[in-house]
Write a protein that binds this ligand. Sequence first.
Ligand code: HEM
Length: 416
Amino acid sequence: MTGAITDDLLGAAAAADPYPIYAELREHAPVHWSERHRAWLVTRYTDVAAAFADKALSNDRVRPVLERRRAEGKTSPGESAAAPSASERVLAMMADWMVVTDPPAHTRLRKLAAGAFKGQRVSAMDERITTLVDELLDGVTTGTDPVDLVAEVAYPLPATVIATMLGAAPEDRDRFRDWSDELALVAFGAGGEARAERHERALAGLREMDGYFRELVAARRAEPGEDMLSALIAGREGTDALSDDELVGMCALLLFAGHETTTNSIANGVLALLRNPGELARLRADPELRNAAVEELLRFDGPIKVLNRWVVAETSLGGRTISPGERVHLVLGAANRDPERFTDPDVLDLGRSPNPHVAFGKGIHACIGAQLARSETRIAVSRIVDRLPGFALAAEPEWKDALASRAMESLWVHPA
Ligand code: HEM
């Protein structure tokens, strides 16, 4: 049976609708070695949940690359082996990101950051987020031509929110979007001539980002404010605190982890509502439904399809033996549609309760920004459906051909 299964999660068809592929895997080969991806594909909810708690599965994947590169003495064109190359400096910063570390390094970073994400600080942002969404929508609601809700709202909002939370000056907010794209480009690697050039440009942009965050850290150390960066600086575990390098890395991580994901949760959520007019009408009629609706939109078509883990000790998942050195893809998009866990999983039901989806992960790495992401998605989706009462899909979206992100290029709608 396994041999006949389609396990290619890339390509135009899989990008447009990965769910039939997930369903077949989940039913017939729930823990499946894919030669195509050189990874185990884990698709059942119970196996994904077990994997989140399995210490044999590691997140530590940047430091080994950095160490290998250093050992091989690799440099970029025009750089000397003696000084760390630009890409090595960026890799060194990324190696400090809690999302790519294991305990005990992870435990320390997460504890030091946790205070900055306290509920009160995040809920204080609701009013600001509403104002930002409304400013972005002002440009949309006045016109009659089709508009791209990704470009107009879903893409600019999260970078601006993170810039605001970190206490950046309003005139600097646009640069955050470029840096976020540049971080993604470097984090997901580059190949080929054209991409090598883009990679070099991205590295130059990230040098600028590094300098900017260093100045921001120095300014907040000298004069703390109410912002999240001041809270990160103040975070203490006994006498331990985040160093300047770690603070710069943390700012970059928040931008990287919180931008594209939230863009996609807003865009995918709006698309799901447009494709399910009954649920859209239900949401408009019952504002009380909005919190539950966000959870269901995240379950139904969440921004992260796949999370990566490296195997560091022999373990077993769904009865299959997994060996050290192998790679595991936790297919969140498949787990969130598992009929063993969710009744009628392919149906969008905004009132679904309980809704134990894994769109934010689970266990020690579960999304630290989930509350902020929920607020942004709730406010953006609500304001879009409230302010565009007659909006309709203008074109079927084109999806990015990516393994990990469920991301569309654009979402063209007729605003009225
Ligand atoms: C809807 C939007 C979002 C989704 C779906 C999402 C999803 C996730 C998931 C699945 C993980 C776990 C990664 C793993 O286990 O390897 C994660 C971790 C993380 N997220 Fe989010 N995220 C979102 C928004 C945000 C935002 C807005 C921020 C911050 C501004 C953020 C910051 C982080 C950080 C720092 C981690 C690493 C936590 C750790 O390693 O302990 N995320 N996120």
